[in-house]
Design a protein around this ligand. Structure first.
Ligand code: ADP
Length: 264
């Protein structure tokens, strides 16, 4: 797979304390990106990897809720923050620093500054991988990561319908243009398995797989619409950690295996 090298003027700073940095991205909101990011992180943990999860969605952080974290990150020197550890994962989110009800009414430069703080001033320790839950779209956060942070790979999450796929194509092109290696695409809410055992393709069929093929990217897997996945997220205990033998957790493990291989 050929990727253009990044423009020379950008100096990309690695996130200290981790071997690999993985972006989980979606070009459109509400496709289940955060749910996939967190469950994928714990699927990677099930292979013995030490994980960190960074919620980079400054405007709409969801990690505190997905992980039921109420503790605030501490700082020993008033500058660098110690991530909050839950289920053996080190976690950081803007949502841990501000009140849940407080809207982030920020202009671009403030977002860029927050991303730099969260990637350079957080004391991640001995992590194999940090999974970064990106905000949707192709805005300031994406550009900051693409230009200033050393990223080892990105995955794009989408639902199968045409409207979401249009945005996916934009997302692929953004990563390609900025020299971020795309590890593959995930089709979330791919189907619903009824009590009759049949798979109902509510949002259409195979669109993400076709898009992956069209852009010569790897297709990583189909994640079904599943009530246990949703309810575990609402309870703040991701399914791949709370019920690792669930059929959906096994699907996440298959995807995690492919991601792990692409880092070796
Ligand atoms: P995004 O990060 O793309 O905005 P979220 O991860 O917050 O999306 O998901 C939006 C909603 O959809 C949440 O309530 C989440 O629990 C639910 N959800 C996401 N993926 C699935 C799925 N595969 N099956 C069932 N519910 C899902």
């Amino acid at each position: 797979m050929s990727q253009k090298p990044p423009p020379k003027q950008f100096i990309k700073t690695p996130i200290k304390g981790t071997k690999f940095t993985l972006l989980v991205s979606s070009a459109k909101g509400g496709v289940g990106k955060s749910t996939v990011a967190v469950n994928l992180a714990f699927a990677l943990q099930s292979f013995g990897l030490k994980i960190g999860i960074l919620d980079a969605d400054v405007y709409g952080p969801s990690l505190p809720k997905l992980m039921n974290i109420i503790e605030k990150p501490k700082s020993e020197d008033g500058k660098a923050m110690i991530p909050v550890t839950k289920y053996d994962a080190q976690c950081m989110s803007m949502g841990l620093l501000v009140d849940e009800q407080t809207p982030m009414i920020w202009r671009g430069p403030m977002v860029i500054s927050a991303i730099k703080t969260m990637t350079q001033k957080v004391l991640w320790k001995e992590r194999d991988i940090i999974v970064i839950d990106m905000p949707p779209g192709t805005g300031d956060t994406q550009l900051t990561f693409a230009q200033e942070v050393k990223v080892d790979g990105a995955i794009i999450v989408s639902t199968p319908q045409d409207l979401a796929l249009l945005d996916v194509k934009r997302g692929i092109q953004m990563f390609d243009k900025t020299g971020v290696r795309i590890l593959g695409l995930i089709d979330n809410m791919s189907y619903f398995k009824g009590d009759d055992g049949k798979k109902y393709k509510i949002f259409g069929e195979s669109g993400v797989e076709k898009t992956a093929k069209e852009f010569s990217k790897e297709f990583l897997g189909h994640v079904p619409i599943n009530q246990d996945l949703r309810s575990s997220a609402d309870k703040g205990h991701p399914l791949t950690h709370s019920n690792p033998n669930h059929e959906v957790s096994k699907i996440f493990k298959e995807i995690a295996k492919k991601i792990k291989l692409s880092f070796q």
